[in-house]
Design a binder for this molecule. Sequence first.
Ligand code: CA
Ligand code: CA
Length: 394
Amino acid sequence: MPVTSRFKLHRRQQQLAKHKRQGGVVLIVVVLAIVLMVTLLAIMIEDQHIFIRRLGNQKVAEQGYQYSQGLNAWAERVLHDDANRTIDHLGEKWAKFGRPEEDGNGEDGESESFSLDRSTVAAEQEGKDEKEATIDFGIDGLEVSIDDLQGRYNLNNLAVKEPQAANGQKRIFLNLLGLLEIGEFDQRDRLHGALVDWIDENDLSGPNGFESGDYGSKRVPYFAADQKLTSIGELRFVEGFTEDVINTLRPFVTVLPVENAKININTTTAEVLASLNGATVTDTSSVAGFLARRLDPDFQGFSQITDAETAIIGASVVPSQAIAGMMQVNSQFFQINAKVTLGSSVFCMESLVLRESASADGGTTPKVSVLSRQHNTLCEEQSPITTNSDEDLS
Ligand SMILES: [Ca+2]
Ligand SMILES: [Ca+2]
């Protein structure tokens, strides 16, 4: 074979080998590119899922908020339309609003009007057998109720500065702790001292007090609020107020933006009413007996406080009087509780509202105004005391 041909053959063999190598590299590149694409695609799909989920959550939160707003507006209207603002009792429409009536057998009856499915009602009214088509709003449950906050003791009353009034509030608070069996004698004094120091504007520790200097030496230091409480939950920061203490107190106390809130004897409990005694209270039976009059089906609300004063005097073994100026027969502060259930999500809203009494000159009826609002996505239980039933008093 001539030299030229051998050289050509050798060159072709080299080119073939080169092509083979290049083919291998291309294959690896293609495989890598496919792997990369699949990975990117998987990440994009995952991102898309998260995005869709987030959109869903936002929609539920927004829907829950809007429905809660609607329930609030409805409840405000019910409070506004209460014909008699001089007497407020548990037989009135606002107190029954959203709460199922008992059917006489001790079992809950139908709730008044919370179904959006009007077809059954319409069919019954028109004697039709067939159900009409209904719109699915995607709502599993709408719950709303109104609590009278003046059935509870306002902890911010302890902020009052005038010495005689402050002593009266201290007596009420200690009586309430005693009746609820919270702590021993000296522990109750410490709870009172710590709470007063938490609320008062100064930084001087009072008797049994606990001020910013004391909170500052804790492992995680903080300052005392030195202002009125804004929520019951804030008590967790006050020295001595353990979870047990707070949970026991919760149904009987409230925090209102005033320091002179009176108790409505038409909606309160025996424990709170008996606490309004100038001496140490030992027995709530006289007060419970008085409040049992509310069970009368024809009860129209107590219109004056003299009998309540007599019952309170009977709650103490030593001669004593009811704390002056702490009772009334109507209320200005209410709480509207709204709960919306959308599938597996719940949305709760609690609004503190002020409804002023109508002026004596018969001028325009003051409207109901929202003072504060809390969204509670965990829907923690806020056990109300102003229920329809007074059974626990009997
Ligand atoms: Ca009323
Ligand atoms: Ca203080």
